[in-house]
Each structure stands twice: as structure tokens, then as C-alpha cells.
Design a protein around this ligand. Structure first.
Ligand code: MFK
Length: 635
């Protein structure tokens, strides 16, 4: 007989507490805890509980059960798809051992720093104790360590060293992928640093940006610079052509002084920036619209008096997430700068930066999904409910499996874009590759941004209430995911960018899309287990082709209404083809096949589905507006 049941029998025999037999053990514990409070009379049984060493709630009053936390393990070793993808495409021992060692460092060291960045957010000190304006952005020591680590690990440099030729971007982005969720958002300055290096490289590495380029791409922490990208002004971040008020006043020495107000400048502690401004002519006049915008390079430095030269930091942004990172409003008050694009070619020149930062954004999105799936999967092996571990509840596992499928799709889509970028940069890209890169960059950004919010939100739910508790570190994942669909172009702006590149290429980007997707399917045609998926993607491609043919004959507003669904269709179809392709690899696992099949069960071509319902017909726009603004008349 256990001590507990012996006790119960004794009490019942004494007639003192008959009803206890029906009371669940947990309530008995609560009762005995009350008895143990200092001012309460001690019960006669208590010495016996103490003797047995079985006196729960006697001190802490919180019970003995403590839920085990989810454990972050080496994110490289834990990621079967990442390792499989690299084994297939980049089977280099050096890359594997570097990623493995970095994964170890992320789990055992860097993740803590990321947490420190979150709980020690940057703050702005406007004045020194004697009243002198200094505008110091004070960041945590962890944030500074992230900068050194980024240089040492070559998180930007790898993309420019090109040690692995056309696969160098895949290698670089794999590192960023395992780093991102532990990075305390340091991936944001790295994205812009990478984008700035890319812009400089495409313009030409010469004065005045040669020194900057070497610092952006170095592995030496003491030389490493990060860059900002100051584009958004008070009128907004999407319509840059109309919204940019900053003017560039030419100086006698050929440089410029910038005057303007930048409304969202991320990672404001950067060492330099690329920014847009309107060049003034001799009379001070500027050209309106995008045609008046040029691209400028400026260093962020301080004078001997400690003040920022030509910049005032108005305030730090109070953001939903990404609080680890300083985002500020800046008054440019005569900031010295150099024009690095041709006059009026600012938007086209900064587009290279947008391509890079949008790919980084997509890496962060896929990485956020992967992280929450890893943690939720680990937690399911530690958490018991309704008599068994969560992992033994089929419905729970179905939910995690769906998250896994989304994560796999996002990963393959973004890695394929990195593959294309690497090919372009190493000079081996075909025309088809170049078209695909242009089309898929907005597609991957907009699709993974949305997926990340959904998957991370679902992931939090899989922890129950603990997913909602700040110091677990989990809510921060969701807050930080929300920026991914906003930053660097919203879903709708990027959907319109898809239309832009279709129109500007006279449809060649779509031709490349169909050709490559078909070739991916062709490689899997002999794998019978994949045939339902192949059939589904094939059918979706036909539907998409039909849509394009019909849309080409309709009024311009038709395509605009369809833009978002079109972009989603491109993402789902292409991702389906990539999952199929990966699953047809000779070393693929049954999970690779299963995820391809599952992915392809969804509506792969929503633009066709919605078209059949008349959702883009001319009557739709006024009906949508009427629905949004419907107000019942009184009574
Ligand atoms: C993690 C930190 C988070 C902190 C919180 C952040 C909150 C949000 C803060 C922000 O605001 S982030 C800023 C987000 N803004 C953007 O990403 C810009 C979004 N807007 C666009 O992308 C617009 O489409 C764009 C500004 C590019 C439209 O400008 P235009 O001038 O109307 O474009 P236009 O005339 O179609 O194209 C001009 C040239 O650029 C053309 O070249 P050409 O003259 O040679 O033909 C285009 O081909 C080229 N171009 C435009 N987009 C391109 C591109 N080239 C390549 N790729 C692209 N995506």
C-alpha cells in the first residue's frame, strides 16, 4: 500500500475525512498546503507526511510538477531537409563542417545573445549630461557581439568570396537560415549590408565606395561595416517615387548635402547608408516622381564634438516586434553624400538592393517557420496531456506535419531563388535563369512572409498557454514574423511587382516559369509514388496558362484584381514542382515524398479558381468597396 493510500485509509478509519476518498489527489495537495501555512493550526497527520518526506506544497506552494522546456538543438543537424538539399547540390565537406560547427554555436551560445537583444532593446540618448546633443543609440553588448560574429562567420562575405562558385549564395543563405531566429534581428542590418554591397558591385567598386565595399564584405570584425537603406519617408514606403521629399543640394567639390526626413530607417546604428534623394538644379528646383530620384551614398560619422554629422535622430520607433533593432526617424540636415547612380536612376539602382533584402526576408521567414516547428516538435516529446505525450496524439501530429509541409515548401522555394542568384552572380545564368530570378524574387518574398505569420502563430498555439508567455521567448517569434510581410514591400505591392516584370519582359518571365516547372516535373515522371502530385501540378500549370490567355484579352483592371491570387498561384505551383523534384532525387526519403504529395493536395492555382467565380470581373471592384463601406441606414 502506498503512503498516500495508507494515510487515506487511516483518516477514513478515524471518521474525520470520509469524503477525501472521492477527492482527486491534486485537491488533497492543495488542502495540505493550506494546513502548512505558519499561522494555521497544524493537523495531526502532518508529522507523518514530513516523516515520509512526502509533504508537497510545504514551502514553495507550487507543487512538484515543472514542465520541461523545449530545447533548441543544433539547427543544422536537426534539419533533415537542409542537410539533404546541401548533400544533393553542394556536397562539400568544408561547407558541411562549417555549418555544423556554426549550428552548434547558434544553439549553445548565440541563441542566448539573441534573447539578450530582445530583453535589452536599444535606447536613444539625445543629450549628454552637459546638454550637448549627441543622439547616441545605445545597444546591448549582445547586439555588438552579433556584429563581430557576423564578420567572423562571413555572413555577408561568403556571398562575395564565392568560394563555392554558383552555390556560394546557397551556402551563405544556409548559414543565415540557421542563424536568423537566434540573431536578435541582426539579420536585418546584414540584409541591408548585403544589399548595399550588391548595389556597389553592380555600379562599380571605385571611389567613393571602394573602401565601403571592402568593409561591408570583410571577415575582420574591426573593419566590418553595416549599411542602412533609408528609403521610406513620411508619405510612405511603397510609392517611393511620389513619397520622397529629400533633396540633394550639389556642392562645389562634387558631393551633395542631403536635406530630408527619413521616417523608417532600420538598423540606424549602421556605419553608412544608401538613400534616395532628388537632385536640385541651380535654381533649387527638382524633378517630381521616380524620374527625379537618384541614389546616394553617405557615411554615418561624428564630429569632434560627438554630434552626428548632418543627422539628427528624432526618435526610435515603438514597434510591434523587431524591438531588438534600432529603427529610427532621422532628420537629414546637410548630410554629406555622393551620388552613385546616374541622375534620375535611383529606383532602378536601388532595385538590386531590394532583390537582396527581399531574399533575406524570405530566408528569415523560412527560418522562423523551421525554428517554431523544431521547438514544437521537441516540446511534443516532453509534454504530456490526457495521459500521453503530445507526440502520441495523432491530431497534434497532424497539425505539426502541416506546419512541416509549409516550412519545407518555403525552404525549397527560397533556396531555389538563392540558387538562381548565385548563378547570375557567377556568370553562368541562362536567360531563363535571369527571368526566373526576376519573377520569383517578389513571389518568394510575398508568399513566405504570409506563411511565416500563419505557421509561427500555429506553432505558438501548439505550446498551449506557454506559447503566449513572454519569457519563454516564443511570442517574440510571432511579433518578429509579422514584419516579414510588411518590410521591403507589402504583399500587394509585390503582387504588382509580379505584374510589372511580366509586362516589362513581354511575358518572358512567365515563359521561363512554365518551361522550368515542366522540366522539374519531367524529371519525376518515372517515380510512381509521386504521380498524384505530378498530375496536380501539371493540371495547375494548364489552368494557369488558360488564365493568362484570358487575362491578356481583358481590361487592365482585371489583371490588377487578380495580381495577388496570381502571385500565390505561381508560388504554390512552383513550390509543388520543387518538392516533387526534391522527392525524386535518388537519396530522397519517404518524408520528402509525403510532403510533396501533401503540398499538392491544396488548390495550387487559386487565380483560376477565383477567375471561374467571376472574382475579377468589372462588377467586383465596386461590390468590394460597397461591402467594406456598407453602413445600414438608420432604423
Ligand atoms: C526588419 C526591420 C523592420 C522595421 C519595420 C519596417 C516597417 C516598414 C518600413 C518600410 O517602409 S520598408 C520599405 C519598403 N519599401 C519597398 O520595399 C518599396 C516598395 N515599392 C516598390 O517596390 C515599388 O514597386 C517601387 C518603389 C519599385 C516602384 O517605383 P516606380 O518608380 O513606380 O517603379 P517603376 O517606374 O515601375 O520602375 C523604375 C525602374 O526600377 C524600372 O527600371 P527601368 O527604368 O530600367 O525600366 C524598373 O524595371 C525597376 N524596378 C522596379 N522594381 C524592380 C525593378 N527592377 C528590378 N526589380 C524590381 N523589383
Amino acid at each position: 500500500m502506498s503512503v498516500c493510500s495508507a494515510l487515506l485509509s487511516r483518516r477514513v478509519a478515524g471518521g474525520g475525512c470520509r469524503s477525501l476518498r472521492a477527492v482527486p489527489p491534486s485537491l488533497i495537495h492543495i488542502r495540505s498546503a493550506r494546513l502548512a501555512e505558519p499561522d494555521t493550526r497544524r493537523s495531526e497527520e502532518e508529522p507523518l507526511w514530513e516523516e515520509t518526506g512526502n509533504l508537497p506544497f510545504s514551502r514553495a506552494k507550487i507543487g512538484s510538477f515543472i514542465q520541461e522546456r523545449p530545447v533548441l538543438k543544433n539547427p543544422f543537424l536537426e534539419d533533415a531537409l537542409l542537410r539533404g538539399y546541401l548533400r544533393r547540390h553542394l556536397p562539400h565537406e568544408a561547407a558541411f563542417s562549417d555549418l555544423c560547427a556554426f549550428g552548434e554555436r547558434v544553439a549553445n551560445e548565440v541563441d542566448e545573445w539573441g534573447r539578450e537583444c530582445e530583453i535589452t532593446p536599444p535606447r536613444l540618448v539625445h543629450f549628454d549630461p552637459w546638454g550637448r546633443r549627441v543622439d547616441h543609440i545605445v545597444t546591448s553588448s549582445a547586439w555588438k557581439r552579433m556584429k563581430d560574429l557576423s564578420a567572423q562567420e562571413g555572413l555577408v562575405a561568403i556571398g562575395y568570396e564565392r568560394s563555392f562558385g554558383e552555390w556560394s549564395r546557397v551556402y551563405q543563405m544556409s548559414k543565415l537560415y540557421i542563424f536568423s531566429p537566434s540573431s536578435g534581428l541582426y539579420t536585418c542590418p546584414l540584409a541591408m549590408t548585403d544589399g548595399a554591397a550588391k548595389v556597389i558591385q553592380s555600379i562599380g567598386v571605385s571611389w567613393p565606395v571602394d573602401e565601403a565595399y571592402s568593409r561591408l564584405t570583410t571577415r575582420q570584425p574591426e573593419r566590418f561595416w553595416t549599411s542602412g537603406q533609408w528609403m521610406t519617408e513620411r508619405q510612405g514606403g511603397s510609392d517611393v517615387g511620389s513619397g520622397t521629399e529629400t533633396v540633394a543640394a550639389p556642392q562645389a567639390d562634387g558631393s551633395y548635402k542631403l536635406h530630408g526626413f527619413k521616417w523608417f530607417t532600420s538598423a540606424t546604428d549602421a556605419d553608412m547608408t544608401l538613400t534616395l534623394a532628388r537632385e536640385q538644379d541651380r535654381s533649387g528646383a527638382t524633378t517630381p516622381g521616380s524620374r527625379g530620384l537618384s541614389l546616394f551614398y553617405a557615411e554615418v560619422s561624428r564630429g569632434e564634438d560627438g554630434r552626428l554629422k548632418g543627422i539628427e535622430v528624432q526618435r526610435l520607433k515603438d514597434k510591434l516586434g523587431t524591438r531588438q533593432m534600432p529603427t529610427a526617424e532621422l532628420l537629414l540636415d546637410g548630410l554629406q553624400a555622393h551620388r552613385i547612380s546616374e541622375e534620375g536612376r535611383g529606383v532602378a539602382s536601388i532595385a538590386n538592393m531590394l532583390t537582396i533584402t527581399r531574399i533575406h526576408n524570405s530566408i528569415s521567414a523560412a527560418a522562423a517557420m523551421r525554428r517554431v516547428v523544431q521547438l514544437a516538435g521537441d516540446y511534443a516529446t516532453r509534454r504530456t496531456a490526457f495521459g500521453k505525450l503530445l507526440k502520441d496524439h495523432p491530431l497534434h501530429m497532424q497539425t505539426l506535419a502541416r506546419m512541416e509541409v509549409e516550412t519545407r515548401g518555403a525552404f525549397l522555394l527560397v533556396m531555389d531563388v538563392c540558387r538562381l542568384l548565385g548563378r547570375e552572380e557567377s556568370g553562368v545564368a541562362s536567360e531563363l535563369d535571369a527571368h526566373l530570378l526576376r519573377l520569383l524574387t517578389p513571389v518568394v518574398k510575398l508568399y513566405t512572409g504570409k506563411q511565416a505569420v500563419a505557421v509561427v502563430s500555429e506553432g505558438l498555439e501548439s505550446f498551449g498557454g506557454q506559447g503566449y508567455i513572454e519569457d519563454t521567448g516564443l511570442p517574440g517569434l510571432l511579433r518578429d514574423a509579422q514584419v516579414l510581410s510588411i518590410w521591403e514591400g507589402t504583399t500587394n505591392v509585390l503582387s504588382l511587382d509580379v505584374l510589372r516584370c511580366v509586362a516589362r519582359s513581354s511575358g518572358m518571365v512567365l515563359h521561363a516559369f512554365f518551361t522550368h516547372a515542366k522540366s522539374l516535373l519531367a524529371g519525376a515522371s518515372s517515380v510512381s509514388s509521386l504521380s498524384p502530385a505530378v498530375t496536380a501540378v501539371d493540371a495547375a500549370l494548364s489552368e494557369l496558362k488558360d488564365f493568362v490567355q484570358v487575362a491578356a484579352t481583358r481590361e487592365p483592371g482585371y489583371l490588377e484584381l487578380a495580381a495577388r491570387d496570381l502571385a500565390f498561384s505561381l508560388a504554390r505551383i512552383y513550390t509543388g514542382a520543387l518538392l516533387i523534384d526534391h522527392a525524386s532525387w535518388k537519396e530522397a526519403s519517404s518524408s520528402d515524398t509525403y510532403s510533396a504529395l501533401r503540398w499538392c493536395e491544396q488548390d495550387l492555382c487559386p487565380v483560376s479558381t477565383q477567375q471561374a467565380r467571376g472574382c475579377y470581373d468589372p462588377s467586383t471592384a465596386p461590390l468590394d468597396a460597397a461591402l467594406v463601406y456598407y453602413r445600414p441606414t438608420q432604423g
